[in-house]
Design a protein around this ligand. Structure first.
Ligand SMILES: [Fe+2]
Length: 302
């Protein structure tokens, strides 16, 4: 949440009294967050400020109870431009080290000069978040799945596998034509930061960031924010065209990822499958990162 000093902090969304989920939807809470159950109230720094009638009617709270020790539980949180990263267990590497592979791959694009112009909220997609990530980071499917929305020949693509920054890129020499708002035919980078941060860059100055938020094993919420250079004066019509283009591209991916989810329920999928040693190198790397991440959790559960 954003506090009165315009700083962003992250907290577990759980009241310290009976562990009720405090905030049910993104909103302006005013100066305090009040639990609807017994009206315990926290300020925007997460400090517990009120516990009405906790000790009884007209009776002080018990001496052993301290407001200071019962604030909201904070979560490690860092901000980079328009994007907020949280780390629940607090054990992730130094944030700058974490970002570096992505920064290396973005290249010259002026990421500090982009502004959001539109958001597309896709709601829930009926697939596991990992399938959406794997789909995003390989260029192999583009020529087939996106044949009506993109015009990027497979031969211009290559994969990117730089530590936990995985994806692909497409270098196109020609200057973009007039149809770039309805089909995609520009030099692009399709980049991710493990586990679920996704950033696409599109020459000369467009950036798209989307998040795949797991809601369950077969459900993922997705939204995309479209950014352009702050000096670009896009008309409402041009923004609408960009939204339509990206809506269509994502819908093509959703249809595939939902069928992937269904196929993975088959016993046949237990046999695994073949990944292209050329086009799906970054998918393999992603799967190895998943194994590493979940292995750590299994070890700590022992
Ligand atoms: Fe795709």
């Amino acid at each position: 949440m954003r506090n009165a000093n315009n700083e962003i902090g992250a907290f577990h969304n759980v009241c310290r009294h009976r562990c009720l989920k405090l905030i049910d939807e993104p909103k302006n809470t005013g100066k305090m967050i009040q639990c609807p159950y017994h009206y315990w109230a926290y300020n925007l720094l997460g400090e517990l400020k009120a516990t009405p009638f906790f000790g009884g009617h007209d009776i002080a709270p018990p001496k052993e109870f301290s407001l200071e020790e019962n604030g909201l539980v904070s979560v490690r949180c860092e901000t980079w431009h328009d994007w907020v990263f949280v780390n629940i267990d607090g054990k992730a590497q130094d944030f700058e080290v974490f970002l570096q592979p992505l920064k290396n791959q973005i290249g010259d694009l002026p990421i500090n000069k982009v502004k959001p112009v539109a958001t597309i909220d896709f709601g829930v997609v009926n697939t596991n978040w990992k399938l959406l990530m794997e789909n995003f980071i390989e260029p192999y499917h583009v020529q087939f799945v996106h044949k009506t929305t993109t015009n990027q020949p497979l031969t211009d693509h290559y994969t990117i596998s730089d530590l936990h920054c995985l994806g692909s890129a497409c270098d196109i020499d020609e200057t973009p034509g007039e149809d770039t708002a309805t089909t995609l035919a520009v030099t692009s980078r399709y980049l991710t930061l493990f586990p679920n941060f996704v950033m696409g860059t599109y020459a000369p100055d467009q950036v798209g960031v989307h998040l795949n938020m797991p809601m369950g094993t077969g459900e993922t919420k997705q939204s995309r924010v479209i950014y352009v250079h702050e000096d670009s004066a896009l008309s409402a019509d041009e923004v609408e065209k960009l939204k339509t283009l990206w809506y269509n591209v994502h819908k093509e991916d959703h249809a595939i990822c939902e069928r992937l989810q269904q196929g993975r329920l088959s016993d046949v999928s237990k046999m695994g499958g073949y990944l292209s040693p050329h086009w799906e190198v970054s998918v393999r790397q992603f799967q190895e990162l998943v194994v590493d991440a979940t292995s750590v959790h299994l070890q700590s559960a022992d």
